[in-house]
Design a protein around this ligand. Structure first.
Ligand code: ZN
Length: 286
């Protein structure tokens, strides 16, 4: 089969555990993390098996706190040929940290991962896509080459904005020349001046698969690149159910976990004629 040679799909995984999700923060403050059962290994292994089956290399944005507790899992992901990038250390939203605190979180997260894989970590994704100006000004200073934290869906208050001097230098890649940084944004459906969230996560679980695929084909036709994101806990249907969640958080967190792996399997089948690349592979020479 001929590949759609000028179209690219990036599969990205934010590697964090079930209790580190922002919607569960009230129930699981950072101080409680050490008391929770780490469940990330099983769903991550399931994803590795799935990606091997489809011969896909993905990008894993790994949380430093978790990496310290499961270094062998990080190495396993790396040994399967996937790119290891950073999701920060403590999963704090960028706008909740001072510039100094953010710098420390970036440095610590990167250091932990580089110590484990004994290689360079080039990419970063902010928790809840909370990119802000402080982050952009700090990333290249801390040795990151690219960021993938911009999501133009405006309906989520945690998501940040992309300010400053950005130029699209190739489909799916923006560059900030003054900061020497690349940005690989999440691509949504932009229709009539509105952005409809279509990058993955809960939206992938919620939207019927045929309809989701239609939207992805639309994004690919328009932009040439589709960036998909997911989390291992979205493939862990037996994770503990948390009491006292806001009803919308409960819905978003637990909807359609049971069949999600099969759904992703079917999605990857449908798009097998496209090029699947890691974030670093999409970047131009720099
Ligand atoms: Zn996250």
């Amino acid at each position: 089969m001929n590949k759609e040679s000028d179209k690219f799909i990036l599969i990205t995984v934010d590697l964090e555990d079930w209790f580190q999700v922002e919607n569960l923060r009230k129930q699981f403050p950072r101080s409680s993390w050490n008391t929770n059962l780490i469940r990330v290994e099983h769903p991550t292994r399931a994803l590795l098996t799935l990606f091997d089956k489809h011969n896909i290399k993905a990008t894993f944005f790994v949380l430093g706190w978790l990496a310290e507790r499961v270094p062998e899992l990080v190495n396993l992901v790396h040994s399967h040929g996937h790119e290891i990038a950073s999701h920060g250390y403590g999963h704090e939203l960028c706008h909740n940290l001072s510039k100094d605190e953010l710098l420390k979180d970036l440095e610590r997260g990167k250091e932990v991962l580089e110590g484990i894989i004994r290689g360079t970590v080039k990419g970063y994704r902010a928790p809840s896509f909370s990119i802000n100006e402080n982050l952009v000004s700090l990333l290249s200073q801390t040795g990151f080459v690219y960021d993938s934290s911009y999501n133009d869906f405006s309906g989520n208050k945690r998501y940040g904005a992309l300010k400053g001097d950005w130029v699209e230098i190739r489909p799916g890649v923006l560059q900030n020349r003054s900061e020497k940084l690349f940005e690989i944004p999440i691509r949504n459906i932009n229709l009539l001046g509105r952005s409809i969230p279509w990058g993955g996560g809960g939206y992938f679980r919620l939207i019927p698969k045929g309809f989701f695929s239609l939207g992805v084909r639309y994004i690919l036709k328009k932009n040439g690149v589709f960036v998909f994101y997911c989390h291992p806990w979205e493939f862990d249907p037996d994770q503990p159910r948390v009491d006292g969640l806001r009803i919308d958080y409960r819905f978003r967190h637990y909807i359609n976990l049971r069949n999600n792996l099969l759904k992703l399997d079917s999605f990857l089948d449908r798009f097998s004629e496209y090029n699947f690349v890691t974030c670093s592979e999409l970047l131009p020479e720099y």
